[in-house]
Structure formats: C-alpha cells, structure tokens
Design a protein around this ligand. Structure first.
Ligand code: NAD
Length: 498
C-alpha cells in the first residue's frame, strides 16, 4: 500500500494530493501493511474544510491482538540487538524525517489544522527525540558496587520492559509518537502504536519511515482504528503486554489505569493540564506578552502545556491585559496551508462548541471579552483569538482545560496569593512565571506543584528535558535521560564474595 515519493508536483493542490497518496493506508503488523480483518475503514478529515483527506483501515480487536503477537515474537531478538545497531536505526530515522520535513509538516497541517510554520516547528521538535534517544541508546548505564559490609557485590542492570502499547492524542501527531517510540526503541522494547483517529496519517508516514530506517519487522506495529477501546480493551487484558504509555485526557487515563491494574501493568500517563501564566509586577511586560502569545496560541491553544489561566499582579494587570488583547486581536486566522495564517481551526465542531460554552459561562459570571468570543464564520472549525478580563476566580474556565485560543485573565495581590491560586487545581503539568527577580522565580517554583516551570519563557518543551506532570496531570516523564527509564525494568544481581 505504499507509494514511492513522487517528483514535486506543480500546484499546491497537486502537492497535497501526491503527499496524501504516499501515506500507507493499512495497518502495520509484523512488518506488513495489511487491511483490517473485517475490511473496515474510517475517514480522516481536514478541520479547515471538513473534507475527507484519506480513508484508512480501521483495526479490530483481533487486529490489535495480532499486532501484539507480532510485537511479542520480535521482543527477544530485539532486546538482544546491539545498542549501537538500535542507535543507528534511530539516527537514520532522524535523518529521514528531517529530509522529509516539508512532507511531515504539510501532512500535520492538513489533518490537524496547525499553521505550516508551527508544523515545521513540530517536525524539528519531534525528530529531535529520534536523535536524542539514538544518543541515549548506548548510555543506558547500570551500576556495580561493593556492599556496605565489604564482601559481596551488587550488579544493577536495566532491561527492556517488554512489548508496549503506545496510545497518542491528536494534537501533536508527530511529536507524541516519536516521544514514545524513540525511547522504546532505545530501551529495546517492541511496540503496538495506536494513534488518535482524528490525526493518524502522520503516524502512518512515520511508521513507514521507521521501516525505511531499518527497524526489523514486528518491532513497531501500528493499529489505527475508529474504536480506541476496541484496541486497548483486549490488549490490557493480555498478560503478554508489559507496559502502556498513554498521552491524552485525564478521564481516559484514569480508565486505562484501572484496566492496567488487572495485571499490575507498568504505566506512563501524560494527561491534562491547567497551566498558570503568572506575571509579577517586576516583569518585563513586553516579553511577558510575547511569552503569553506563545504559551497560549501554540497549536491554537490545543496543548496540554497551553497557558490556561493568566494570573497578573494587580498593579500591572491593566497594562498587561491591554497589550495582550491587542496582540491577540492582531493574529490572522486561516487555513494552516496559507502562509499568512497564524491561527488554524480547532480540531472539530464539538471541540469548538466546548470552547465557546466555557467563554459564555465566564461572560455570564461577569468576565468581559476584550477581543474575540465567537466562532469565525465560514467552513472549518475556526474560533476567534479571545481575551477575557475580570474573570471571577470561581469561573469554570479557570478549572477546566480550555483547549482553544481563549485567555482568561485574573489578578492577584501578593506573591503568596499567586502561589495559592496556581496550586488551586487538580492538575500540575506546566507553569510559566514572569519576573526580573531570579530569587523570586526560584522561590515561587519551589512552592508550586507543577512538573515543569518556565522562567520568562512561554515554550519549554525540549527532547533533552523530562516532560511530565504531578497530581492528575500524570505519572512518568518523557524525554531527557528519564525518558528511557520508562521503558526499562531494573534487575539486581547479588554476587557472592569473589
Ligand atoms: P483523549 O483522551 O480523548 O484521547 C487520547 C488517545 O486515547 C487517543 O488515541 C484516543 O483514541 C484514545 N482513547 C480515547 N478514549 C479511549 C478509551 N476509552 N480507551 C482507550 N483509548 C482511548 O485525548 P485527546 O482529545 O486525543 O487529546 C487531548 C488531551 O490530551 C488533553 O487532555 C491534553 O491535555 C492531553 N495531552 C497531554 C499531553 C501530555 O504530555 N501531558 C500531551 C498532549 C495532550
């Protein structure tokens, strides 16, 4: 079902059609692209137009089990494959993804909606996990020491945890896949990847690229499907599965953790967030506005790390909010393939309705829309960049993930108030602090309960850094040297006095 890369076509539409035709449409099981066992398919649509982009095979429960069987069959020899060999596969995959960065970027823009410039940024970020973990593969250190009594020896080694189920969300179609696949490859695990049904095309192309890079058959299996629980259900019941790594919403994560408890399965959970963006009165306000736009508008606000609550010290609240609203109001909305577009569509109609319901609720509670506050007329699921001022602290919009281009602003008076407001959430993923006083930044970071904190920075994700949250934002870390540990198990060998 694969088609070779074509010669660059003449018009943008031809280019889109040619790229879409090059994406495998089947399931990847044991190194073969195959149809679903019941012949079922599902459509993938462009959120900017609502039109069908491609039709993919829709994996059944039986296909999921066949994919796990392929992963199990490949596990032992893959675990024995020399780290250098695994490292070189990842490095080749990095080179191939980078060489095809325009294809990956356009594909993400088509299926997810983000502007092309942002999609290119995601290719660079997503590909970096392949390079970073290619370097980590050969440094998966254990340790060797003498017992405190001075006689026996202790050997600690890290072994691959075994076949893994990887479940990814729709918002970062490449990076969410590479952030899991790369460390699993580095650790020597085999995998069944289930991408989100709204944006599976990038994972399909990425899996094809991994095969081109030399990944042996069965190491990575891909089961795109219109039924998520039809895939996870049978696999989580199967004792041959050794790990589930999930990125998505907190309610689904909780459900999967319950199912995973049956076999005491290893889990990594990258879940929702409710990031505070705190502006202190000694901040550089222009830099804070720039950071606020980045932290809020990256991915149209559809990011777990998106700034969800703007907490601004009273004395600078008016000035910050005025500048922020002006900058938000100046952003151009349009199809992501248009180079002038800075804000793409939301992922679907119901996502847009959910965002609008939160805005209406906040306005009913007393908030004022300084800019935006409505759908954009026409095809696609566009929503106006919106700034809400005077948002009461009990408004629902401050408690829930907005997942859209809407910025609620509220004020605080003292540093302790800011800390208390920031911590008043069940989530603890990312937080952003703006101040010129480094001691203050450090003092506040130490008192807030978040897995990641940005100091005067609106974007902090990096392949070399441990990404993850506390509280109901999840368990485990992706990226950094911590990332590979999620895919290894520790074995201790006690050695008698030699
Ligand atoms: P989602 O929970 O609806 O879906 C995520 C994945 O789980 C998809 O592949 C989906 O098909 C699958 N899924 C859905 N229901 C399932 C079920 N019952 N059983 C098994 N699998 C199921 O989330 P989403 O809407 O795709 O993504 C948005 C959410 O993801 C937000 O909450 C966001 O904060 C979170 N997210 C977190 C991170 C992070 O690293 N912490 C990163 C990106 C997104």
């Amino acid at each position: 079902m694969t088609v070779e890369s074509a010669v660059l076509p003449a018009t943008p539409l031809e280019r889109e059609a040619s790229l879409l035709a090059s994406v495998p449409t089947g399931l990847l099981v044991g190194g073969q692209w195959v149809d679903a066992s019941d012949g079922g398919t599902f459509d993938v649509r462009d959120p900017a137009t609502g039109e069908v982009l491609a039709t993919l095979a829709s994996a059944t429960s039986e296909d999921a089990v066949a994919a796990l069987e392929a992963a199990c069959a490949a596990q032992a020899s893959w675990a024995r494959t020399a780290p250098r060999v695994r490292a070189e596969i990842l490095r080749r995959a990095f080179d191939l993804v980078t060489a095809r960065s325009e294809d990956f970027a356009l594909l993400m823009t088509l299926e997810m909606g983000k502007p092309l410039a942002e999609a290119r940024g995601e290719v660079a970020y997503g590909a970096e996990f392949l390079r970073w973990f290619s370097e980590e593969t050969v440094r998966n250190y254990g340790r060797f020491l003498t017992t405190p009594e001075g006689k026996n020896r202790i050997l600690v080694q890290h072994k691959p945890v075994g076949p893994c189920l990887l479940i990814t969300p729709w918002n970062f179609p490449l990076a969410m896949a590479t952030r899991k696949v790369a460390p699993a490859v580095a650790a020597g695990c085999t995998m069944v990847l289930k991408p989100a049904k709204l944006t599976p095309l990038t994972s399909q192309l990425f899996a094809q690229t991994m095969m081109e890079a030399g990944l042996p058959a069965g190491v990575l299996n891909v089961v795109s499907s219109s039924s998520a629980s039809g895939i996870s259900g049978p696999l989580l019941k199967d004792s041959r599965l050794r790990k589930v790594s999930f990125t998505g919403s907190t309610p689904v994560g909780k459900r999967l953790m319950t199912e995973a408890s049956r076999h005491v399965l290893r889990t990594s959970m990258e879940l929702g967030g409710n990031a505070p963006f705190i502006v202190f009165e000694d901040a550089d306000l222009d830099k804070a506005v720039e950071g606020a736009i980045a932290a809020k508008m990256r991915n149209m606000g559809e990011a777990c790390t998106a700034a969800n609550r703007f907490l601004v010290q009273e004395s600078v609240a008016q000035e910050f909010t005025r500048k922020f609203a002006a900058a938000m109001g100046a952003l151009a909305t349009g199809r992501g393939t248009d180079p002038a577009s800075q804000v793409g569509p939301l992922i679907d109609d119901s996502a847009r309705d959910d965002v609008h319901a939160l805005v209406r609720d906040a306005i009913d509670a007393g908030a004022v829309a300084l800019v935006g506050g409505a759908h954009v007329d026409g095809p696609g699921y566009f929503y106006q960049p919106t700034v809400l001022a005077d948002v009461p602290n009990n408004a629902e919009i401050l408690n829930q993930e907005i997942f859209g281009p809407v910025a609620p602003v509220t004020t605080f008076s003292t540093e302790q108030d800011a800390i208390q407001l920031a911590n008043a959430s069940e989530y603890g993923l990312a937080a952003y602090l703006y101040s010129r006083d480094f001691n203050r930044l450090l003092r506040v970071a130490e008192q807030i309960e978040f897995g990641m904190v940005g100091f005067n920075a609106g974007i902090i994700s990096n392949a070399a850094a441990p990404f993850g949250g506390v509280k109901q934002s999840g368990l485990g870390r992706e990226g950094g040297s911590e990332g590979i540990a999620e895919y290894t198990t520790t074995q201790y060998v006690g050695i008698a006095d030699p």
